[in-house]
Structure formats: structure tokens, C-alpha cells
Design a protein. Structure first.
Length: 276
């Protein structure tokens, strides 16, 4: 994995990341996002559901608006004795949860030197909070780059084949279970072989099935048939170069903890250093 050193020109990036983490470190804001995932709501309704004052709820909404994950539009309020009045309704921007996972995954995999380690620790905590509050009990894999950038796959218990679509056998993959990527990812082996498998049990693991282009986790090349544990924020690379595909993993704390416990030194295995 390449190392990123911060200089004067990177200060803005670090400051913006710190502000981004500050916004997402609030449990109340994460609960608001979870509520808005279900339906649009006004400030009064959100205040009631989160048991937060109207004024503080409005401040939370303003912070979420500032990073573009929610939007604000005029709606029709409940009818009262004085008639119907317009209200401001808030809703989740489509794909915003996936973009949060994507953003956190990218930064967590940059080995930034010259920065206080506290920033990396904050990033890890925010990733855990996002996974635990927003994703429920199922891990997800989000595509990084290429035609399907931002597409999310929910991972079910058991094995999921990972690979490129096979037009000759369109029914070979199991919908809702297997990860089937667009044909534009030419460096990925077709799912009928497949390129690799993700297994969800007490933890989450990946194994390369002897693919032509190979696989890497956080930049560490895997041996054919090698099975490695995955943890929250890991980046799985299928194939090499621009024709390959990258997936960032968002794993709930329960499965993430199980994966770390069974890793036997997973940081070294997967090539991803973590704070001591």
C-alpha cells in the first residue's frame, strides 16, 4: 500500500476530514439519518423521535445538510384547527449512506504520516458508529470506481460468489446473495467460475478462487485459495489496474469484533496497520 505524506497543501484535506468526522460522530445525527432512510420527516417529528429539543434537532439537521447527505424541501404539514400549513421536510439523498461508507473507507486505507494518531482513532470510531447504527446486522460491500461506483451489495449469511457478469449464463448467480459486477470490469473473473468468495458467519472472510487477475486486501496480495478475515473499512481489490474492481467493506461491530478475534494477527495478514 502506498503511503501518503501530508504537506502544506494537504492541510485543508485533513481539516475537512476532521470536520466530516465531527458531524458523523454524533449518535443523534446517525439516528436522524436512520429515520430519514424510511421516510421524509419534519423537524418537529424528528425532535420527538430522537427525544431532542427542537432547537438542537435543527442544528443537527443543518450539520447534515452541510455534507450533502440530506436535503430540505417544502412539504404539507398535518391539518390543524387553523388549517393546513407548509413545513420543511428533510429526506435522505439517494445513495448517501453508501457514499459515507465509501468516503470513510478511502480515508481509513490511506497511511497518512505527520498527522496526530488521534485522527485515525476518530476515523475508526466513526466507522464503527456508522456500521452499527446505519447498517443493522448485515455487512455491505460498496464499489469504488468504474461504471458501478457507489453501488452497494448487502452480504447475507453464508457464501457469496464474487465476479463479473457472465452473459452466457445469466441465471448462474443467486440474486440478492452473490456480488455480480458489470462486464466493464474486465480484470475480474466471471462470477460463474468465480473470482472469489465472501463468507459471512461469526465473522466475514474472503478467499480468492484462483482467479486470473488475483485479489488483494488493503494492498496485500492474496495467495490462490487463501482465506483471510475482513474487518470494517477494508478495501478488497479484484484484478489489477484500471480493469479491476475495488470494494470497500462496511461490517457491523458484532461481526467485525468476531473477525478480529479470529484473525490471529489480522492487521499483519491483511496489510492494514491499526493504531496500537
Amino acid at each position: 500500500m502506498s503511503e501518503t505524506r501530508t504537506g502544506g497543501g494537504d492541510a485543508d484535506i485533513i481539516d475537512e476530514l476532521s470536520a466530516y468526522l465531527d458531524i458523523l460522530s454524533s449518535g443523534t445525527r446517525l439516528r436522524i439519518l436512520k429515520l430519514l432512510e424510511k421516510r421524509p420527516m419534519d423537524t418537529t417529528s424528528l425532535s420527538r423521535e430522537t427525544e431532542t429539543s427542537y432547537e438542537n434537532t435543527k442544528k443537527h439537521l443543518d450539520r447534515l445538510l452541510s455534507i450533502g447527505v440530506i436535503r430540505k424541501e417544502a412539504g404539507i404539514g398535518r391539518e390543524t384547527s387553523k388549517g393546513v400549513h407548509p413545513v420543511w421536510e428533510y429526506s435522505l439523498v439517494p445513495g448517501s449512506l453508501e457514499r459515507i461508507v465509501r468516503t470513510l473507507g478511502i480515508f481509513s486505507n490511506l497511511r497518512i504520516t505527520g498527522v496526530d494518531r488521534a485522527l485515525d482513532e476518530r476515523l475508526t470510531r466513526v466507522q464503527g458508529g456508522v456500521s452499527g447504527t446505519l447498517l443493522g446486522s448485515s455487512p455491505i460491500a460498496v464499489v469504488l470506481g468504474g461504471k458501478e461506483d457507489g453501488r452497494a451489495f448487502t452480504l447475507r449469511d453464508g457464501d457469496a460468489s464474487v465476479g463479473r457478469r457472465d452473459p452466457a449464463r445469466p441465471d448462474a448467480a443467486t440474486p440478492g446473495r452473490d456480488i455480480v459486477l458489470d462486464d466493464s470490469y474486465q480484470g475480474v473473473t466471471r462470477v460463474t467460475r468465480p473470482h472469489g468468495r465472501i463468507r459471512v458467519g461469526t465473522g466475514v472472510t474472503f478467499s480468492d478462487c484462483g482467479s486470473t487477475g488475483g485479489s488483494s486486501v488493503n494492498g496485500r496480495r492474496l495467495r490462490p485459495k487463501e482465506e483471510v478475515p475482513l474487518r470494517n473499512g477494508d478495501i478488497l481489490e479484484l484484478g489489477q489496474g484500471g480493469s479491476g474492481a475495488k470494494l470497500v467493506l462496511a461490517i457491523p461491530p458484532s461481526l467485525d469484533s468476531a473477525g478480529r478475534a479470529g484473525a490471529g494477527g489480522k492487521e499483519e495478514q491483511a496489510g492494514k496497520p491499526r493504531p496500537a
